[in-house]
Design a protein around this ligand. Structure first.
Ligand SMILES: Cc1cc2nc3c(=O)[nH]c(=O)nc-3n(C[C@H](O)[C@H](O)[C@H](O)COP(=O)(O)OP(=O)(O)OC[C@H]3O[C@@H](n4cnc5c(N)ncnc54)[C@H](O)[C@@H]3O)c2cc1C
Length: 531
């Protein structure tokens, strides 16, 4: 058991609270911050919200966890009926200095949707598709990506970001984490598709943003960023995927795109109540090839060569997952999945694939190949179930811990990055898994750590520091898609330096002066050392 002293400003009175932190029997980092000690939050919410208010211990237990290694009990959970509910709850929470944390499916991997305040669950009532047009879709935040995919497919359309969690995760969560997936190489992450957004701010006021039309707070954001354009252009990592900090670079990219400040913001600036996203036609032709390599280094060494053929997906599974997952490939040390797609002619798509295969012929073996929809879906299943397979390696409190998780480097630095990871794991005698979106230079990795051992947890933090420093030195980022959350907010300054990190605090203050919007994520909170 560990005690953390936390100070809280409640109605202008400074109160000292003792926070209890320990590792549970299941190996979760449990943080208990009693908030309901001065008031009955749930009783108040029952009076102001039309949607359900949950405060029974079973519900609180369910919402105290996500897909991370943290556990924090909320004061209450509300399933808002509509935008007006969200406004009233935010207004109430700001007035009483209570954190508000939006939640979709709770599949975030770094503790993003956990807090000791009020949880807003959008998956129950605010989960509609509002409109599907020729090149855009408008949705409420709680819609599950897989359900949206089905509706879009009926119109021969798709929204390319495709997290492996698509059957559960929501659009609100995907925007807030800037999620991507296996096809981000060809099409981009969620941020690339976000056209318009509607939000509720901490004070309950409505906000809106698109390149064409935005509210006063967004206007102030534009004025603020105009003073820092050169610094933003110089300090952001030069990689194709990034969910670290606030994506101010995307806000001031070719034109002012204020809606993009909410992508990767983890619900810390406002609560999303609707979003309009660009959609594409499903490509007419696709083909997928799986290649087997001797080991990880020989597989990642060919990535820059494969990229010259412009695949839409280029993914990797290392030996630990290959062996547990795929009988056909059990002899291979490492697999690469390469997909080509296009609308012009099937011949052109096939030609790219064949040329790529020919180039690599003497360095790998062809494990599988398909150009029909059903076989392609089946082959991708092995890759998509990677994280679930990895979680099966858990034995008691010894588990694959997601802290290093999803670093990105420019693809030509992949060999150097992979060699550094392998050396670090071997030096420290740690078992590990490595897989991911190598086409974007985005590798997922988890060491197996005994979370009950303070020594091993400390070792994991030291390793993360070392790996992050290595990646940043090569122009990379600590997270390509999974975000910062509770686990990695403390590392954001390593990526951007003091000046941009201070700018993040100013942006946070502009949108959320009361610091009640999902605190302790993106901008560290000195009050509560949750990380
Ligand atoms: C097995 C597994 C596989 C995964 N694979 C991938 C993958 O391939 N690619 C990838 O990118 N990620 C992946 N993830 C991570 C995760 O699924 C994504 O980040 C997902 O988009 C989160 O969606 P969610 O609905 O679960 O959001 P939650 O976890 O509920 O919330 C995530 C964040 O979004 C915020 N949020 C939710 N709704 C709103 C709203 N209305 N307004 C403001 N903020 C909001 C929350 O406050 C929180 O900060 C995977 C996770 C798992 C468990």
């Amino acid at each position: 058991m560990m005690y953390i002293k936390m100070t809280s400003l409640r109605r202008n009175k400074k109160i000292i609270i003792i926070v209890f932190s320990h590792v549970s029997a299941s190996g979760k980092f449990v943080i208990s911050v009693p908030l309901g000690y001065v008031m009955n939050i749930a009783r108040d919410l029952l009076c102001i919200a039309k949607g359900e208010v949950l405060e029974d211990s079973w519900s609180k237990l369910i919402y105290s966890v996500d897909a991370s290694h943290y556990e924090i009990e909320p004061a209450a959970v509300v399933c808002p009926a509509d935008e007006y509910d969200v406004q009233r709850i935010c207004e109430y929470s700001t007035c009483h200095n209570i954190p508000v944390t939006a939640r979709g499916a709770g599949t975030g991997l770094l503790g993003q949707s956990l807090s000791n305040g009020v949880i807003l669950d959008f998956s129950k009532h605010m989960d509609n598709i509002v409109e599907i047009d020729n090149d855009y879709v408008t949705v409420q935040p709680g819609i599950v990506k897989g359900l949206l995919d089905k509706e879009l497919k009926k119109k021969n359309k798709f929204l390319p970001p495709d997290p492996a969690s698509s059957n559960y995760c929501t659009l609100g969560g995907m925007i807030a984490d800037n999620s991507s997936g296996i096809h981000s190489l060809g099409y981009g992450s969620t941020i690339s598709f976000l056209q318009e957004i509607k939000v509720v701010y901490a004070d309950g006021k409505l906000g809106f943003a698109s390149a064409a039309k935005y509210d006063d707070r967004m206007k102030k954001l534009g004025e603020l960023l105009a003073l820092h354009i050169r610094e933003i252009r110089n300090r952001y990592p030069s990689v194709t995927k990034n969910s670290c900090g606030y994506r101010l670079d995307a806000v001031i990219d070719d034109k002012f795109n204020p809606q993009k400040v909410f992508a990767a913001s983890e619900g810390t600036l406002g609560v999303i109540t609707a979003a309009k996203l660009h959609i594409l036609d499903i490509p007419a032709y696709r083909c997928l090839m799986v290649l087997g390599f001797e080991d990880l280094l020989s597989a990642v060494s060919v990535v820059p060569e494969i990229l010259k053929f412009s695949p839409v997906a280029l993914e990797m599974l290392d030996h630990t997952i290959v062996r547990s997952n795929n009988d056909k490939a059990s002899g291979a040390g490492c697999l690469l999945f390469i997909e080509f797609a296009g609308n012009g002619s099937s011949k052109k798509v096939e030609e790219s694939m064949m040329a790529c295969k020919l180039l690599l012929a003497d360095r790998c073996s062809v494990i599988e190949y398909a150009s029909d929809e059903q076989s392609i879906i089946k082959m991708w299943m092995a890759r998509k179930s990677a994280l679930n397979s990895i979680m099966k390696l858990t034995v008691g409190s010894r588990k694959p811990i997601g802290l290093i998780e999803d670093t990105v480097v420019p693809p030509y630095c992949l060999v150097d990055h992979a060699a550094n990871l392998l050396e670090t794991y071997h030096e420290n005698k740690l078992d590990y898994v490595i897989y991911g979106h190598v086409g974007d230079g985005n590798m997922h990795t988890r060491p197996l750590i005994d979370t009950a051992s303070t020594k091993e947890v400390e070792l994991m933090r030291n390793i993360a520091n070392k790996v992050f420093a290595h990646v940043i030195k090569r122009g990379g980022t600590i997270t390509g898609e999974h975000g910062d959350g509770l686990a990695r907010t403390r590392y954001i300054e390593m990526v951007y330096g003091k000046s941009i990190t201070s700018l993040f605090s100013i942006v946070k203050k502009l949108f959320d002066p009361s610091f009640t919007m999902n605190p302790c994520k993106k901008v560290p909170c000195n009050d509560l050392s949750m990380e």
